[in-house]
Design a protein around this ligand. Structure first.
Ligand code: SAM
Length: 241
């Protein structure tokens, strides 16, 4: 996958790509991230990227010309997804991440100030994505959230032992609780079943805990699932305890 990031602050993006899974997946060649400064596509002496809003009001708007030129220099094809990170976009979910992870070319446009000229959204943006109902000062951190979420599920990014399929939002229920050594810490013991070596029982305990945890923390998810009789029994029993 080729992923081009257009930003006024490449220095926010680049260092975050030099560590851990993101570094590994780039080294493997599965993911190529290029970060570009939108300012490089300005044509005036002052390298102007923003201007005052028509109609007045506070804040500056990113001008259309440099962003149109920058996107065009990325040679988008019919299959390229041109994504504007914006609080007005569709809220990001794991299923959106999975959909994007099978694309071969993504372009991210990071806004700043009051945002971008509307004509950019109308003419060249193919998808608008929000990372949540709050407002950041720029799109760079949102772009990094997406790069991380996509990068870690590309083939070869995670070893078998840290398989993404076991994580929350990759299956119906949230992930189950995890424990590591020591067996007892500050008076709290690791559940007996996890020490038993009985794989079937461990699997059942994890499944049960995942269901209970999801019901407690995300009733909205549970409400939209068609639970089996076994799953309903688990929840009933938990309520009675
Ligand atoms: N005036 C815009 C609005 O109310 O919709 C907000 C502009 S915000 C201060 C500046 C830039 O940060 C946006 O252009 C966008 O690229 C980015 N941004 C802010 N919040 C975001 C969010 N929740 N998700 C994705 N990008 C966000």
């Amino acid at each position: 996958m080729k992923l081009d990031v257009l930003t006024l602050f490449p220095q926010i993006i680049t260092p975050a790509l030099q560590t851990g899974i993101l570094k590994r997946i780039q080294e493997s060649g599965e993911l190529v991230v290029n970060t570009y400064n939108i300012r490089d596509w300005t044509t005036d002496r002052h390298k102007t990227v923003d201007d005052y809003p028509y109609g007045g009001g506070a804040g500056m708007i990113l001008k259309p010309e440099p962003i149109f030129s920058a996107v065009s220099a990325m040679h988008p094809t019919e299959d390229t997804e041109i994504i504007y990170l914006t609080p007005q976009g569709v809220p990001l979910t794991q299923s959106i991440v999975e959909g994007l992870s099978i694309k071969s070319h993504l372009i991210f446009i990071c806004g700043r100030y009051k945002g971008i000229d509307e004509r950019i959204r109308k003419k060249i943006v193919t998808k608008e994505i929000s990372i949540g109902d709050y407002v950041l000062s720029g799109g760079e951190i949102a772009a990094l959230v997406l790069i991380d979420a996509i990068g870690r599920i590309l083939p070869g990014a995670l070893g078998d032992f840290e398989s993404a399929h076991e994580d929350s939002f990759s299956k119906d229920f949230l992930d189950h609780p995890h424990y590591t050594r020591p067996v007892e810490f500050e008076g709290m013991k690791v559940p007996e079943v996890l020490l038993s070596g009985h794989h079937e029982n461990i699997k059942k305990w994890r499944y049960t805990q995942a269901i209970i945890r999801t019901a407690e923390r995300r009733p909205d998810i549970i409400k939209n699932l068609e639970l089996t009789d076994e799953e309903l029994d688990i929840l009933r029993e938990d309520k009675n305890n």
